[in-house]
Design a protein around this ligand. Sequence first.
Ligand code: HEC
Length: 346
Amino acid sequence: MGTSRNPGMLAVTAGVALAVLFALLGVTGVLDARIGFGMAVIALVVSALIYIFYSRADAVEKTGYGALLFIIAIAFIIPLLIVNQQQAQATQASAQYQLTLQRGAALFATYCASCHGFQGNGKAGPKLNNNDSVNKLTTNDLSRIISAGVPNPDDLTKFSMPAWSEAFGGPLTDDDIAYLVALIRSSDPQYRATNNLGDVNGFSYVLGTLTDPTQIAQYEEDKKGGSKPPLTQFTDLSTLTTVHMDAEDAATTSTANWGWVAQEATSGQTSDIIVKAGTTIIFGNKSSAPHNVFSGNGTPDGKFGDPNIIPANSTQTFTVTLTAPGEYPFYCGIHPAMVGWITVVP
Ligand code: HEC
């Protein structure tokens, strides 16, 4: 009986196993689905031909099937070449994208960091590194704002931010603007996810572009959150049950164009106050720009805050009652240089 056994059976078993493997790779996305299924079909056909080859006794027939087998086996190479090509293209695209971000980071350090901070966390200009309201802008709007600048709403002959594109008398080319837009976009995790851009926030390349030691020192300074101001800087408002903390233009409490000012403090402007547990803090906005407020030292710590914007010069407020004694630094999410500190005592 052993002699009647077709050795091609072994090939069929192997072919089916390979076909299942390729189909699985296709389904799970390890291989492109079309390539996975293509390879599976080829594996089945080749193993079937091997089986037929062994089942023929006639030499001419055997030669015919042998030739066919050879041709189909060679077909295996085609999907492999396609995979290779696709991978090469993907690698090139990702290297290209990385270069774009690095160029954006270098331009940002040179032209934008003085107002927006080396990490894009905001100074005189707003936060650009993963700022909700900037993330909501379309790419076109973002390029337009950077190209043409932002006119000062109080005096249209002046700019809150200058125009950057050559077309508007600035120093940057359209390519430069595109690099900067890509950099800012890359700081939005959701944008990265929807566009399959991996996990790199381009602002992480900024440090690598700096050579000047004073710039590097400034970069480190921009990166760390502020520490608690000296006690002498605090105003004791612990006799009050309600304190109004309003954003004001040209406040001395901030390096930005706007700062928080405790309205009940009588000697000079301050955003650093001591209050009793149970005091209600009402955050308002008397300034010419929109603001919001979060507790935390540069990043929200979740104790209080509201991403909703309090419009410029409005009567809208954000109110919180601080019942637990402790330290409550706070800042504006759009202009993180607008900081303040509330110490709550029992
Ligand atoms: C001289 C300071 C200054 C420099 C330098 C500067 N900006 Fe600005 N930028 C501002 C200010 C101030 C605003 C806010 C204007 C407003 O809305 O009142 C702003 C706003 C923006 C906005 C809009 C943000 C938003 O919330 O809508 C973007 C985007 C921006 N800047 C990008 C850049 C880029 C990119 C560079 C570098 C090429 C740059 N800025 C350089 C001061 C500056």
